[in-house]
Design a protein. Structure first.
Length: 446
C-alpha cells in the first residue's frame, strides 16, 4: 500500500509493533507463530537531461503472519494495521497451513536472544526530505551544466521499521535508514559514472563523486578500439565489488554439500590470493550492518576468507542444524582487505603500471559456468588504456569471460579498502586491485 506521508506520519514504533504482534500471538491456535513487520518510508528524486523529473515520497507497510501446525506452514499478510485486519491475516494463515503439505525442512522459530544494537538509522537521514534530496540533485546538475554535459541519476533516502516476534518469546525491532546517490554523466558517446550508499546522507559526497564522473566522461571522448585478449588490468572498487558479489553468492552451503558449488571440497583450502581476507563487519560505520536477520538470528561479525583460505559457508537454518553449525554466520556487511603495503590511491596504482586496462565498472554480469564460476559481462562508464603510468586513451568497451576465482589468485598491487556500490551488489568495502591477467573475449558495439 502506498500513501501520502502526511496521512501516515510516523513509523511503527517498537511499542506499537509489540501491541500488534500480541494481537496475533495471544489468539493463534498454531504450534508456532511468527509475526514480521516492515514499515518502509522512501523518498526518491530522479533527474535526467539536466533537470529534475521526479521528487516523490512513498509509504508501504506490511505485517506478515506465519503459523505452523507440526511441519505444515501458512503465511498471510496485510497492509491494514487495524485489529480486525490483523486478526483476519492470522485466520487466513491458519487456513493455509492446515491444507499445506508438511515441509520436511521446517524449523520452529529460533530461541529468544538479545540482538546487537547498531547505528542503523542516522538522524540526518531520517530527517532528510524532498528539499534535501533536491539540493543534492541540483548540485550534481549544476556541475554538469557548467561543463555542458548531460546528467542523469537518483538521490534517494529511506527509513524502515523492521520487527520480528514469535510465540516462543523472540522479539526484535529496529529502525534502518539509508541514503543513495547515483550519477551518469554523458557527453556524446562518452559516459562517466559514480554511486554511493550510506547510513548518513551527509556522507554521500555528492560534489566529489560528481566531479569524478565528469572527469571520466571527459577522458572518454576520444576512444580507440583495442583487440580482445588477455590484459593486465586495474579494477576500480565498483568493478572489484561486482565480481566479488558472485563469489559471495556462491558460498551457499546446500550447493556445497551437493557438489554443485564452485567451492565444493575447498572448505579450509586456499581459493584466492593468500593475502586476501574477507570479513563480515556489521559494526563498520561505512557499511549497512543490521541487528538481526529476516529469520530472527543476530547479525554477527565473522571471518569468511582468511589469507586466501575459505573458512565459512552461507547457511540456512535447516542446513546449519544438519551440519552442526551454531551460531550461523551472516554476511550482510562484507569487507575485503589485503595484507601488505597498499598504494595510497588509484592514481598511485597507475603510476607504477607499465601497461594495463583501467576498468571503472562492470555491468550485466551473469554466470557462464557455475562449476568454476566463469562470468561474463561488459565494462562500462570509463575504460582506459594506461601506458607508462598515465591514461593515454579511452578504450572501446569489452565483454569479458573470466572467473573471479582465477582472476583473484594473483595480485600485483592494491589500495586500502574503499566504499563500493554498483548495480550488481549492495555495499561493500573493497580495494582497487591491479591484476596481471584478465580475459576480455570481445569488443562491444559501443
Amino acid at each position: 500500500m502506498t500513501v501520502l506521508s502526511g496521512t501516515w506520519p510516523k513509523l511503527t514504533s517498537a511499542e506499537e509493533f509489540r501491541f500488534l504482534s500480541d494481537l496475533v500471538l495471544t489468539r493463534s491456535s498454531a504450534d508456532q507463530t511468527i509475526v514480521r513487520l516492515r514499515d518502509h518510508h522512501a523518498g526518491t528524486t530522479r533527474f535526467a537531461n539536466n533537470q529534475v523529473i521526479q521528487n516523490v515520497d512513498a509509504r508501504r507497510g506490511s505485517l506478515a503472519v506465519t503459523v505452523a501446525f507440526g511441519g505444515q506452514q501458512g503465511t498471510a499478510s496485510t497492509t491494514d494495521f487495524t485489529a480486525g485486519a490483523i486478526q483476519d491475516a492470522l485466520a487466513r494463515a491458519e487456513r493455509i497451513a492446515r491444507v499445506s503439505p508438511v515441509d520436511p525442512e521446517y524449523l520452529p522459530p529460533p530461541d529468544p536472544c538479545l540482538f546487537p544494537e547498531r547505528a542503523t538509522a542516522k538522524p540526518e537521514t531520517l530527517a532528510a526530505g524532498p528539499v534535501k534530496r533536491l539540493e543534492y540533485a541540483n548540485e550534481a546538475i549544476g556541475h554538469c551544466r557548467m561543463e555542458n554535459f548531460m546528467a542523469a541519476g537518483v538521490v534517494a533516502t529511506s527509513r524502515t521499521a523492521v520487527g520480528i516476534a514469535a510465540s516462543n518469546g523472540l522479539f526484535g525491532y529496529e529502525v534502518r535508514g539509508d541514503a543513495r546517490f547515483s550519477l551518469t554523466v554523458q557527453t556524446g558517446d562518452a559516459t562517466g559514472w559514480s554511486a554511493a550508499a550510506h547510513r548518513s546522507i551527509d556522507h554521500l559526497k555528492v560534489q566529489e563523486r560528481t566531479l569524478a564522473a565528469i572527469a571520466k566522461a571527459k577522458r572518454g571522448r576520444d576512444v580507440c578500439e583495442m583487440p580482445a585478449g588477455q590484459y593486465p588490468v586495474i579494477l576500480e572498487p565498483a568493478a572489484v565489488a561486482g565480481l566479488w558479489a558472485w563469489v559471495l553468492w556462491s558460498l551457499d552451503a546446500k550447493s556445497y554439500t551437493k557438489g554443485t558449488s564452485p567451492f565444493a571440497g575447498k572448505l579450509g583450502q586456499a581459493i584466492v590470493d593468500e593475502r586476501l581476507t574477507l570479513k563480515n563487519h556489521p559494526d563498520h560505520a561505512d557499511l549497512l550492518g543490521e541487528g538481526f536477520t529476516h529469520d530472527g538470528l543476530p547479525s554477527t561479525a565473522s571471518l569468511w576468507i582468511d589469507h586466501g583460505i575459505l573458512k565459512q559457508l552461507v547457511y540456512d537454518r535447516f542446513t546449519a542444524k544438519a551440519d552442526g553449525i551454531n551460531p550461523i554466520p551472516t554476511l550482510e556487511a562484507p569487507a575485503l582487505s589485503i595484507a601488505g603495503a597498499p598504494a595510497q590511491s588509484i592514481q598511485d596504482l597507475m603510476k607504477n603500471t607499465d601497461r594495463a586496462i583501467l576498468v571503472t565498472n562492470f555491468w550485466y554480469i551473469r554466470p557462464v559456468n557455475p562449476q568454476d564460476l566463469t562470468l561474463t559481462g561488459m565494462t562500462r562508464d570509463g575504460t582506459f588504456l594506461i601506458e607508462k603510468g598515465e591514461i593515454v586513451s579511452a578504450v572501446k568497451n569489452f565483454r569479458f569471460h573470466e572467473s573471479p576465482i582465477r582472476a583473484f589468485r594473483h595480485l600485483t598491487a592494491w589500495t586500502t579498502p574503499m566504499e563500493a556500490v554498483n548495480s550488481e551488489t549492495g555495499k561493500m568495502l573493497v580495494p582497487a586491485l591491479a591484476l596481471p591477467h584478465f580475459r576480455f573475449s570481445s569488443v562491444t558495439r559501443f
